[in-house]
Structures are given as structure tokens and as C-alpha cells.
Design a protein around this ligand. Structure first.
Ligand SMILES: Nc1ncnc2c1ncn2[C@@H]1O[C@H](COP(=O)(O)OP(=O)(O)OP(=O)(O)O)[C@@H](O)[C@H]1O
Ligand SMILES: [Mg+2]
Length: 195
């Protein structure tokens, strides 16, 4: 019997490494659906918001477009989007995995400063510290969420782990809790976010 198509929802704070991971997954014959790019290319937004430096996404349109692409793609597919709760319920059944990539906030800062500039970087580091994207995923998908700590893992290793089904659901990473037990790290984070 032919194997069922796998659908991965790769979510996480901006800059955590979603697209880099999806590029690695392409080597294992996963199609890569970069939803941020799709939103821009197909104009699935109402306007550009200068204040937040981002597009205001037309979520319903985005969902319909992603649904169509996922349905018509013949191969396994990795859907690359920040918020899993906006898309992952488009697919039902055991062939999907909801993945949230995580990164230690101070390491994330170093990783993304060049790409995003200081203001966006601070915003993303704070969001990762507050576990926002993972929390919203857990609220919707509860024990099905697979969190992967990318801090000391190369994108290649993460892709191999996913293929071998090495990462299991149920684990929750809580940076706030970790930092509260480590005053030095907490002070460094305050400096970064306030500085
Ligand atoms: N596992 C990793 N280890 C070290 N650096 C990484 C890792 N994954 C990604 N990076 C680096 O982090 C930066 C951001 O990666 P990437 O663009 O893939 O993030 P993203 O989650 O797709 O961001 P966005 O939400 O803005 O699309 C890149 O410079 C990339 O090389
Ligand atoms: Mg990306």
C-alpha cells in the first residue's frame, strides 16, 4: 500500500530557523511551502503596516490558498509559517505533525540581529522568551505539539531527526522559567531588550 503524504507545519518565532530547516527537508523530498512568500506573491494581505513593519494578512484567503496547495501537492510537504494555529487544522488525521522550533533567546539575538535590525530583533527575542508562539500552539493542539530546540542543533541534524521521527510531542520548553533560575542570563536579556 502506498504511504500517506506527510504534512509538516513548521512554526516558530521569526528568525528561529523555519525556512533554513525546510531547505534541508527538501533534500528528503519534502516540498517547501513558504507561506510568508506566498502571502507577498499572491497579495494575500489587506495592507502593509508601517508601524509593525509587516503585512496585515488576510487569514481566510491565506488558509484557502494553503489548503489548495497542500491538497494538490503529490509529495510530502513542509508548511513554513510562524503561527501553526492559523493553518494546521486544515489537515486532519495522523499524517500531519505540528512542529514549533525554539531557540534560546540570547542565542536567537545573535542569530538574527543582522537580518532584522535592532528593533525587530528585540521584539522577536522577547516573544521567544515569553514562549508566545509555542503557547498558542499548545492552546490549540495540546499534546500533539512537537517542540524542537534548535539552539545547539544544525538544520541538517534537525531535518534528519524529523525524518527518523526522533522528536516526540509533549515536551514544553519554557525560557522564562529557565531564566528565572539564572539571574545572570536574565540580566543579559533585560539589557538586550531594553538597550
Ligand atoms: N539551527 C540553526 N543553527 C544556527 N543558525 C541557524 C539555524 N537555523 C537557522 N539559522 C540561521 O538563523 C537565521 C534565520 O533563519 P531563517 O531565515 O531560516 O528563519 P525563519 O524562521 O525562516 O525566519 P522568518 O520567520 O523571518 O522567515 C539565518 O541566518 C540562518 O542561517
Ligand atoms: Mg522564513
Amino acid at each position: 500500500m502506498p504511504q500517506k503524504k506527510q504534512v509538516l507545519f513548521i512554526s516558530g518565532t521569526p528568525g528561529v530557523g523555519k525556512s533554513t530547516l525546510c531547505k534541508e527537508l527538501e533534500k528528503f523530498n519534502f516540498a517547501h511551502l513558504d507561506v510568508g512568500k506566498l502571502v507577498k506573491d499572491k497579495k494575500l494581505y489587506s495592507r502593509y503596516d508601517r508601524k509593525t513593519d509587516s503585512f496585515v494578512v488576510l487569514v481566510k484567503k491565506m488558509r484557502n490558498t494553503v489548503k489548495k496547495i497542500v491538497r494538490t501537492t503529490q509529495t510530502n510537504i513542509a508548511v513554513d509559517w510562524i503561527h501553526s494555529y492559523e493553518l494546521a487544522n486544515l489537515v486532519r488525521g495522523g499524517t500531519k505533525r505540528v512542529i514549533v522550533l525554539r531557540c534560546e533567546p540570547l542565542i536567537l539575538y545573535k542569530r538574527i540581529l543582522k537580518k532584522y535590525g535592532i528593533e525587530k530583533t528585540k521584539e522577536n527575542v522577547l516573544s521567544e522568551f515569553l514562549n508566545q508562539i509555542s503557547q498558542e500552539a499548545h492552546e490549540m493542539f495540546e499534546r500533539d505539539v512537537i517542540e524542537i530546540d534548535t539552539t545547539n542543533r544544525s538544520p541538517k541534524k534537525i531535518a534528519q531527526g524529523i525524518i527518523k521521527d526522533k522528536f516526540k510531542p509533549g515536551k514544553k520548553i519554557d525560557w522564562m522559567k529557565k531564566y528565572l533560575n539564572d539571574k545572570q542570563r536574565l540580566n543579559m536579556l533585560f539589557k538586550v531588550v531594553e538597550g
